[in-house]
Every structure is written in C-alpha cells, then in structure tokens.
Design a protein around this ligand. Structure first.
Ligand SMILES: [Zn+2]
Length: 78
C-alpha cells in the first residue's frame, strides 16, 4: 500500500499551524466590517487583524462574505 492517509497530513498541518494565528469563522465574521474598511483604506490588514487573510484564503464561505461586503462598500463609497 503506497496510499498516503490524508488524516496524517491534516494532523501535521494542525501541529505546524498556519503562518499566523488563524481565526474561527465567528471571529472572522465579527472582524469582517473592520477588515474591509481597513483594506479599502489601504491599511496593513495583516498587522491589524492577524490571521484574517489566511482564514479568507482557506474558507470559501467567509471569502464570499468578504467579497460581497467589499463590493458593497466600494459601491457605497462612490
Ligand atoms: Zn470561515
């Protein structure tokens, strides 16, 4: 058997962790408004809300929320 158990890879990823602290979906949702405002203002979002970008890259549900909120704010800003 040369099959690689994905379970081990997941465990390894959990032990090593992401590059920064990762947020849960709840935390992500709570910070989303602020994150998008900072992003549109050109601020350093990674420093302001560590782990947010990593979560958005790994979580399609939150990434969709982020996209639609940003689109909304961009429209309102005009
Ligand atoms: Zn999420």
């Amino acid at each position: 058997m040369t099959e690689q158990p994905t379970r081990d890879r997941k465990l390894l990823g959990r032990l090593l962790g992401p590059a920064g602290p990762e947020l849960s979906c709840d935390q992500c949702f709570e910070e989303l408004d602020r994150y998008v405002e900072l992003e549109l203002a050109g601020a350093d979002t990674d420093a302001a809300i560590p782990g947010m970008r990593a979560h958005l890259q790994g979580c399609s549900a939150c990434a969709e929320d982020h996209e639609s909120l940003r689109a909304l704010l961009v429209e309102q800003g005009r």
